[in-house]
Design a protein around this ligand. Sequence first.
Ligand code: PNS
Length: 164
Amino acid sequence: MTSDIRRAAVCPGSFDPVTNGHLDIISRSARIFDEVIVAVLVNQSKMGLFSIEDRIEMLGEVTKPYENVRIETFQGLLVDFCRAQDAMVVVKGLRAVSDFDYELQMAQMNIGLAGVETLFMPTNPVHSFLSSSLVKDVAKWGGDVSAHVPDTVARRLTDRLRPQ
Ligand code: PNS
């Protein structure tokens, strides 16, 4: 059965930087939805390691194989961004039960605010402990993060964190 309905999903986050865990969720979402919009949060009050431009560039490089994925930025409420994009589904990766409490709160708030649905996707277990903060901390102290981030990200982390 064919349908004219465009099914779009939003994968939101800070992506400072994108990890293999993020990419796993983005690529699996791209197989399910017609279009996946990766939404990078612009948080004026939180200085990241990478600029928004760098994060977008890295995301663009690593999602190049997926033709139905595009990268956008947003400020303010995620549900407002979803409405503006005409995409009423958010996909979130769940790494462990510990993620669930807060994610459930946000999902319930978002459905109440604007009818935006959240679908939880279990992270591939090989990434269950992975987070951008952990990757940055390991890289900062010279640890090898090449198994956890795409090559372009690993290179940029080394460049950025190398002692000057
Ligand atoms: O990668 P992160 O930092 O865990 O992503 C968190 C994000 C961006 C998904 C979340 O902070 C968010 O949705 N922020 C937008 C502001 C908003 O809508 N807040 C109300 C949530 S119910």
